[in-house]
Design a protein around this ligand. Structure first.
Ligand SMILES: Nc1nc2c(c(=O)[nH]1)N[C@H]1C(S)=C(S)[C@@H](COP(=O)(O)O)O[C@H]1N2
Ligand SMILES: [Mo]
Length: 557
């Protein structure tokens, strides 16, 4: 074993050993990191996909990022923030790995320390995720061990610059073969100088290829298994005791470029902090209901599906971070358990009726906490524990097996996905996840309207132009939409038939467009007669306001 301790042990007597070139050492570091990640990915595939260190570190970064920076990131790149974050982590990692390789050039212990630091960060991130456990350190630690071995092997084999006059051609850092055996000096002395390089290229190439194959294979295996899980849980949605009436004729204008009334599940916006979608096993899933003034209860998924009081409702869901005119809003036909009935079984009373809790904290499998006013949930609106979305079980991305949906509240204060726990508490006692991050504890939806056609910046022919869009004021209802061209008067648009007060409403207006560039603006009026404000507000802390405006170029007809 003595020949494996370090390259320093094999210095020729009488002089320092030439080290591998800088470039080669950096490459060794990067390849070792690749091998480490691949090994960790393989281990995670068998243990728990979420324990893969890159994902765990990414998730931790998401939670630790200062809100302002996160807003900036989402503002700049929208929902591409996740791939960019993972890419950024990969670049940082490669840089750090190259430094570790360089450090290992002269001082093997420094390389080892670098690898250990890297493994510990991954292990700590994995173990401290809300859904993580002590076993989750294993992939990172195994990756560290593999990375360490590969770094040693490659550094020992790395070619080094020509030795000083008179020294043996291959200097002291003897190439080590896989078994760690050292050749007799005589054998090395008559090797061609190109031998070192060829051997290194072969080793490095094999390391890269093996890492890519193992890491890629493990990743593919994990994804395939997730898809098989999804297919395997062919859950039959029960028929709701209270079905939603058919969509009224004329509620969906079916115009080119206008958002369809129901948003297909595949197109439904997705907002969450999860880098990898939590995979929850419905057969072992339970929902715990507990807290102030509650007889604690636990429900299984079958308990929910077997209930006689399932309802089906059309509800428009909107994100508080939807900018004016943005797309983080959609409508679905949900099936679920009426939340008020379920809470009533546990003895929950509204605060106005002496109930000791004014906040309902919902917790998800991935550790998200969302706070909803108890008063809103119990005021008769169709707050749901949803199990179905547009006729199908909830898609994994949208919270399978159970999520909350509460008409009239932004998603961050109501729509907990991958729900596992409901706690009755108070706003004074508990801040939900987004509150210390600069968002309001209460988030009723603000009335908004959007122009879908023409698109902003579009060129249209002069004459009759169809202008159309959607408007929403969930749980209040939309009673009017008006459009203004340039500085002209507000003109009423034709409203599509209303589905319910909890859904958005389409609208359309025929515009006699004159050549030139024109600005179009839209505003809605809710059922209480309140006109959507023109005052602009940013998305934080409780939702954007202002009119959606677009510019259109009208060409001579
Ligand atoms: N577990 C969990 N639930 C969550 C979130 C989250 O990050 N994690 N985001 C919330 C936010 S901000 C919104 S707007 C809605 C979005 O739901 P969707 O992705 O199904 O459109 O989910 C809510 N529920
Ligand atoms: Mo949101």
């Amino acid at each position: 074993m003595s020949d494996q301790i370090s390259t320093a042990d094999r210095r020729p007597r009488g002089g320092p050993a030439p080290a591998p070139s800088r470039a080669a050492a950096a490459l060794c570091g990067v390849l070792a990191a690749g091998a480490a990640l691949a090994a960790a990915q393989v281990a995670a595939a068998f243990l728990r996909p979420e324990a893969a260190p890159v994902l765990a570190v990414g998730d931790a970064v998401v939670d630790l990022t200062p809100p302002a920076l996160k807003d900036l990131a989402v503002g700049l790149v929208g929902t591409a923030d996740k791939p960019l974050l993972l890419g950024g982590i990969a670049v940082l990692l490669a840089g750090f790995a190259a430094l570790v390789g360089l450090a290992g050039r002269w001082r093997p212990w420094a390389g080892s320390a670098g690898v250990a630091a890297f493994a510990l960060v991954g292990a700590a991130a994995a173990a401290t995720r809300p859904d993580g456990g002590p076993l989750d350190v294993l992939p990172a630690l195994l990756g560290g061990a593999v990375g360490h071995a590969v770094l040693r092997l490659l550094l020992a084999a790395a070619p080094h610059p020509a030795p000083p006059e008179g020294a043996a051609p291959e200097g002291g850092a003897a190439p080590e073969n896989g078994a760690g055996a050292e050749r007799p000096a005589a054998d090395r002395a008559d090797r061609a100088p190109g031998f070192d390089r060829r051997r290194f290229v072969l080793l490095a190439g094999s390391a890269a290829a093996l890492s890519a194959a193992a890491g890629g294979g493990a990743y593919a295996y994990t994804s395939a298994r997730a898809r098989a899980d999804a297919a395997g849980r062919a859950i039959r949605l029960p028929a709701p005791a209270s079905p939603a009436p058919p969509l009224p004729d004329g509620a969906d204008l079916d115009l080119d470029g206008l958002a369809s009334f129901f948003t297909p599940n595949e197109d439904f916006y997705r907002i969450d902090t999860a880098l990898s979608v939590p995979r929850v096993d419905a057969t072992t899933w339970t929902l715990r209901v507990h807290g102030r003034g509650v007889r604690e209860r636990e429900y299984t998924f079958a308990d929910l599906l077997d209930r006689a009081d399932l309802i089906e409702r059309d509800i428009t869901l909107a994100c508080v971070s939807n900018p004016v005119g943005g797309g983080y809003v959609g409508t679905a036909r949900w099936i679920g358990v009426p939340l008020a009935a379920l809470l009533a079984e546990a003895g929950v009373r509204p605060p106005t009726d002496g109930g000791p809790a004014d906040q309902l904290i919902s917790r998800s499998a991935d550790g998200m906490t969302i706070g909803t006013p108890v008063a809103d949930v119990l005021d008769g609106r169709d707050a749901l524990l949803a199990v179905g979305m547009n006729g199908r079980p909830l898609p994994v991305e949208h919270g399978f097996p159970v999520r909350m949906v509460v008409p009239g509240l932004y998603g961050y204060v109501s729509a907990c996905k991958w729900l596992v726990d409901l706690e009755l508490t108070t706003f004074a006692d508990v801040d939900a996840y987004w509150v210390p991050r600069g968002w309001s504890a209460r988030g009723p939806v603000k009335t908004q309207s959007r122009i879908d056609v023409p698109r902003d910046g579009a060129e249209v022919a002069a004459g009759r132009v169809t202008v159309a869009g959607v408007a929403w004021a969930q749980h209040v209802g939309v009673d009017g939409v008006e459009v203004r061209v340039d500085d002209g008067p507000w003109r009423p648009a034709r409203l599509a038939a209303e589905d319910t007060a909890d859904t958005w409403r389409q609208w359309v207006l025929d515009w006699d467009a004159e050549p030139g560039t024109h600005r179009l603006a839209v505003r809605a009026t809710d059922r209480g007669g309140a006109v959507q404000t023109a005052a602009t507000a940013p998305v934080a802390p409780d939702g954007a306001t202002g009119h959606h405006r677009i510019a259109v170029t009208v060409a001579e007809g």
